[in-house]
Design a protein around this ligand. Structure first.
Ligand SMILES: [Zn+2]
Length: 475
């Protein structure tokens, strides 16, 4: 999943050339002998993918795409089946398909292969060398999103070795620049704009879901079926300033502060969408008794105000109930002895799918008042939620139920964003489901020492293999 901001340098750079790279050899890959088990092959693909640095600053998703393409050619796919598309230098994408009989419309397997920056001096181990410590894989991208990318490549390779004949094409897209948001080199969005027919699908699988461990035990298998829209605004008060020894009533810091207090007190209307409703309904049985009743009240629709108030104070739950806007940065003043000529705040909003974005902006203007100017800085493309397709849900629930008995599959709305929004906006329903179980507080995703249990990773790969096979066998 992506961080909100991405460097302006990308936007400002001018990139002209679009290259389709078919023939370049990838960097040396550890050779997999025929005797290697599928698990060993997967581990080797995963390690190779992680150890190719794909950060924005110095890495290359082109190199990673070439390596993954070679893995697929090694098991017998034709060179024309998968291509590396590099619209911007170092920002390549792998696109191709495992052809089926065409009985059903294609299935899209989407994963981004760029990663968030990581500094060696901040980490316990080298973030770009896969380390196994106490049964855990530690590296940048150990989860986000190279675990899924490697699982797809390994599953397609295994199916190919097994001679599997799918009833639909399985389209693989391993893409660049997800972590930078609406970057011009964002592979998902670039492919939709420039290669629409080649990524077309009945529906797709992507990051955004996960299994949740509680005290080390599988607890819920979360499936992302929608996500909020990212918006960013600036509040700014400006004035002539003054010597601080002779203060004047016109004070930009106070004007801004008053607007921020009004923002703090404002709540957007509660709107329980189908994804959130299903989440509250399915996860109610897992809650402590007092919370369970509140969850069920929300699942029933129109929850009373006191229920909403209690749940709004329970960490991430607030994001499921309503659109939110919060001040994240402030900047004001230029000297300790001067009244500030300018006071600015950054306001970050996450709008519910279907939220009228003009309404959000209008509200912010009302809250800011006449002395504070509101400027929109970022407005990501809004996208509808994906429908709960029964034929997909049955497959996910059946595989999940056999691998993690008694653990419910819980559809929900993501409060952070993924590349699924581009496809949803283009009419292709996307589902975030991974089979990767983690303790949500200890993943290190976008942070230090990103890690996943070795056993959990291998089970996630097995889940993905079964999921792809079952979905491609549907008739
Ligand atoms: Zn991600």
């Amino acid at each position: 999943m992506q961080a909100a901001n991405w460097p302006k340098t990308i936007q400002q750079r001018e990139f002209h050339h679009v290259r389709t790279v078919l023939l370049r050899r990838p960097p040396a890959a550890p050779a997999a002998s025929a005797a290697d088990s599928e698990v060993d092959t997967f581990k080797s693909i995963y390690k190779q993918l992680i150890e190719i640095n794909t950060t924005d600053s110095v890495g290359s998703t082109t190199e990673a795409s070439q390596a993954m393409r070679q893995r697929l050619l090694d098991v017998g796919f034709a060179p024309g089946d998968f291509e590396v598309i590099e619209p911007y230098p170092r920002k390549g994408n792998l696109l191709g398909r495992y052809k089926g009989t065409g009985l059903k419309k294609p299935l899209l397997l989407l994963a981004h292969i760029d990663v968030v920056e990581a500094r060696r001096e901040d980490w316990k181990t080298d973030p770009f060398k896969l380390q196994e410590v106490d049964g855990r894989n530690i590296a940048r991208g150990a989860i986000d999103d190279k675990a899924m990318a490697a699982s797809y490549v390994s599953a397609l390779a295994q199916l190919r070795r097994e001679g599997f004949k799918p009833n639909r094409d399985m389209v693989l897209a391993l893409t660049a620049d997800e972590e930078l948001g609406d970057s011009p080199a964002n592979g998902a969005s670039w492919l939709l704009k420039n290669r629409r027919q080649d990524v077309d699908a009945e529906f797709g699988i992507n990051e955004g879901g996960r299994g949740e461990l509680k005290n080390g035990k599988p607890h819920a298998h979360v499936m992302q079926i929608g996500e909020k829209t990212f918006l960013q605004y600036q509040f700014e008060a400006t004035g002539p300033g003054a010597h601080s020894a002779r203060p004047t009533p016109a004070n930009t810091i106070y004007d801004l502060a008053e607007a921020l207090v009004r923002l703090r007190q404002y709540r957007f209307p509660v709107d329980i969408n189908p994804a959130a409703r299903t989440y509250f309904e399915r996860s109610a049985p897992m809650q402590a008794e007092d919370v369970r009743a509140d969850f069920l009240a929300v699942a029933g629709g129109n929850p009373p105000a006191d229920v909403v108030e209690r749940l709004s104070n329970r960490g991430p739950i607030i994001g499921l109930l309503r659109t939110t806007c919060v001040a994240t940065m402030v900047q004001a003043g230029h000297a300790v002895t001067a009244q500030a000529q300018s006071a600015k705040a950054t306001i970050n909003c996450r709008a519910l799918p279907g939220q009228d974005l003009e309404f959000v902006e209008q509200k912010l203007r009302e809250i800011a008042g006449p002395k504070v100017k509101v400027t929109q800085q970022v407005r990501e493309e809004p996208a509808p939620g994906s429908p709960l397709k029964p034929e997909l849900m049955q497959v996910v629930e059946s595989i999940s139920g056999s691998m993690w008995p008694g653990v419910p599959v819980v559809p929900t709305m993501g409060v952070s964003t993924t590349d699924s929004r581009h496809f949803r906006a283009a009419g292709i329903p996307m589902y975030g489901v991974s089979g990767l179980f983690v303790d949500p507080d200890k993943t290190g995703v976008h942070a230090l020492d990103e890690n996943i249990g070795v056993a959990e990773l291998l089970k996630g790969r097995e889940f993905m293999y079964q999921l792809i096979k079952r979905l491609a066998s549907q008739s």
